[in-house]
Design a binder for this molecule. Structure first.
Ligand code: XIL
Length: 313
């Protein structure tokens, strides 16, 4: 195959990227996004702080641009993300609302956003990063105010607003079999037993070179065995910078391995990488001294990791 999307189509999976709204007017950037991928995730413009910066004021311009881009290029849109503790405006996080009020605010947000794009979004990350590393629930404003029930409430509201979108829960550090993925596993079992409309588990996969969890494939399999789709939603593999040829070659192998896990797990429907080029990546901002985590380099030239993914698909 000549492109990632062509190769992925041949395997019956999708291959996606996070798209930075501010970069879409660079034709090399948007050309890669359209030629190489058949799924796009909004890197930021479908987050709460962008969509509803103050109560009742919705800003859909950036999200609409991505939906239009995807429709022009025959791509699916992965909606990211309805309920999350981060990039949440302070009118929500510090509003002093009681449980009933905050639940209504959350449901109203979901209803407006998922309803606005009903039919345009293939998958929603309904709840993002609900867990602590030890598998207990993160003490977000939603958890501390509404309680664990906020998760089921969010899925039910999303299903009502857009019955056709597949609804996912998404998190990081749940790639391997560990306390956090055990917490996720127990939650999704319980949601399924209550009849909550959940379709998929998103495994972010912000990975570190030479530290791909050895239990990743079997862990993905156990979620798939519950009858859910499993998706690698935010793949990148970071290293200390500057990079060098030896480590870039190992990175290529490891990207290929992770893609291979998805192909090996029946029920893994696709892989999304978190950004196109190393220059666009969130990694250097959040992990100082690390980077080189993507498939294209700072100049938008394909890296060995690009070939690693293409070959694996
Ligand atoms: C990151 C974006 O890439 C950055 O541009 C932004 O400043 C912060 O958020 N997990 C997620 C994503 O679910 O939304 C995050 O994206 C990366 C970690």
């Amino acid at each position: 195959a000549a492109t990632l999307r062509e190769a992925a189509e041949g395997q019956g999976v999708f291959v996606g990227t996070a798209v930075n709204d501010g970069r879409l007017n660079d034709s090399r950037y948007s050309g890669i996004a359209s030629d190489e991928f058949n799924s796009v995730t909004a890197e930021n413009v479908m987050k709460w702080e962008t969509l509803q910066p103050s109560r009742g004021q919705f800003n859909y311009a950036g999200g609409d641009r991505l939906v239009d881009f995807a429709q022009q290029n025959d791509q699916q849109v992965w909606g990211h993300t309805l309920v999350w503790h981060s990039q949440l405006p302070s009118w929500v996080s510090n509003g002093g609302f009681n449980a009933t009020q905050l639940n209504q605010i959350m449901v109203d947000h979901i209803t407006d956003v998922a309803g606005r794009w009903a039919g345009d979004i293939a998958y929603w990350d309904v709840v993002n990063e609900a867990f602590n590393e030890d598998g207990t629930f993160r003490q977000s404003v939603f958890q501390t105010t509404i309680g664990q029930q906020y998760i089921a409430n969010a899925f039910r509201a999303a299903d009502a607003a857009d019955p056709n979108a597949k609804l996912c829960i998404n998190d990081y550090n749940i790639e391997g079999d560990n306390a956090k993925s055990d917490g996720m596993y127990a939650l999704v079992q319980s949601l399924l037993s209550q009849g909550v409309p959940i379709d998929c588990v998103g495994i972010q996969s912000h990975l570190i070179l030479d530290q791909i969890p050895g239990t990743m494939q079997q862990n993905m399999q156990r979620f798939a065995d519950l009858g859910l789709e499993v998706v690698i939603t935010e793949l990148d593999i970071r290293m200390n910078t500057p990079s060098d040829a030896t480590r870039l070659a190992r990175q290529a192998t490891q990207f290929g391995q992770v893609v291979g896990y998805c192909l090996a797990v029946d029920g893994c429907s696709g892989v999304t990488v978190w950004g196109i080029s190393d220059a666009d990546s969130w990694i250097p901002d959040v992990f100082p001294g690390q980077g080189a985590a993507c498939l294209w380099d700072d100049n938008l030239n394909p890296k060995p990791a690009y070939d690693g993914v293409l070959t694996a698909l």
